[in-house]
Design a protein around this ligand. Structure first.
Ligand code: PGA
Length: 244
C-alpha cells in the first residue's frame, strides 16, 4: 500500500502525519506500507517512521549516480536520506516533465543499481481508452520500458497501473476495468519474463483510491495493492485504506 504525496507537506507536516498515522496503522501487519513525500520531507519521514515497518520512498530518481543534471536527485542521495523506494514514470512526470518509456527504464535501472526498490507506473490517457487503445498503450509502455530489465532486476520491482483519467478526478476505474488492465500487464510479464515472474510481480492499482473503494478493489485477485494520492494525505483516511 503506497502513498504518493505529490507536491504536498512540509517537514513539520510530515512529522505530524506520522504521529497520527503510526498508531492507526500498527495493526496492518498484513501489508507493506510505503509513503512517498516530496524530496525535502524525506528525512523528516524517515525519522518519524523509525522503529516502525513503514517505509519511505521518493517520487522520482535520477538515472545517473551524480553529474551535471540540474534539478535531479540520485539513488545514493535518496538512500542517504534513508528512503528505500522510488516511484518512477508517474503519469504526471510523463505528462508535464517529458518522461518517456526510455527514461523510465533508465531510472528503474539506476534505482536497482543503488538499492532503491522501484514502483514503476504505467497507464493510459482518457483519449487512448476511448479510442480502444488501452492495451496497446500498456504493451508499448511495457515493451519500451521495463521489458529492458534483466530477469533478476525485474524480480525487484513493483508495477503500478494508474489510468490517467482516474488520477485526482474522483473517477476510480471499476475493479473489473482495473483487473482487465492488470491481466494485460501480467500477460506481457509472462511473455517476456516467464510464468513465475508473472505470478510473483506485484501490480498496484492507482487512481482515486479512497477508504470506501479499497476493499472492492483489493477483492480482485489481480490487484496486489494500491498507490494512493489524495487520500494518503490524511492519516485517518490512509490508515483506513491500509487496514481495509
Ligand atoms: P489519486 O492519485 O489517488 O489522487 O487519484 C493517485 C496517483 O497519482 O498516484
Amino acid at each position: 500500500m503506497a502513498g504518493n504525496w505529490k507536491m504536498f507537506k512540509m517537514p513539520a507536516e510530515t512529522t505530524a502525519f506520522f504521529e497520527k498515522f503510526r498508531p492507526l496503522a500498527e495493526k496492518s501487519g498484513h501489508c507493506e506500507i510505503v509513503i512517498c513525500p516530496p524530496f525535502t520531507s524525506l528525512r523528516a519521514a524517515v525519522e518519524a517512521a523509525q522503529g516502525s515497518a513503514i517505509r519511505v520512498g521518493a517520487q522520482n530518481i535520477a538515472w545517473a549516480k551524480e553529474g551535471a543534471f540540474t534539478g535531479e536527485i540520485s539513488g545514493p542521495m535518496i538512500a542517504a536520506a534513508g528512503a528505500t523506494h522510488a516511484i518512477i514514470g508517474h503519469s504526471e512526470r510523463r505528462q508535464y516533465f517529458g518522461e518517456t518509456d526510455e527514461t523510465v527504464l533508465k531510472r528503474t535501472q539506476a534505482a536497482l543499481e543503488f538499492g532503491i526498490a522501484p514502483i514503476v507506473c504505467v497507464g493510459e490517457r482518457l483519449d487512448e481508452r476511448e479510442s480502444g487503445n488501452t492495451e496497446a498503450v500498456l504493451v508499448r509502455q511495457f515493451q519500451h520500458g521495463i521489458a529492458g530489465l534483466t530477469e533478476s532486476q525485474f524480480a525487484k520491482i513493483a508495477i503500478a497501473y494508474e489510468p490517467v483519467w482516474a488520477i485526482g478526478t474522483g473517477k476510480t476505474a471499476t475493479p473489473e476495468i482495473a483487473a482487465d488492465a492488470h491481466r494485460a500487464i501480467r500477460a506481457q510479464v509472462k511473455e517476456r519474463f516467464g510464468a513465475e515472474a508473472a505470478g510473483a510481480i506485484r501490480i498496484l492499482y492507482g487512481g482515486s483510491v479512497k477508504p470506501d473503494n479499497t476493499r472492492t478493489l483489493m477483492a480482485q485477485p489481480e490487484i496486489d495493492g494500491v498507490l494512493v494520492g489524495g487520500a494518503s494525505l490524511d492519516p485517518v483516511s490512509f490508515a483506513s485504506i491500509v487496514n481495509f
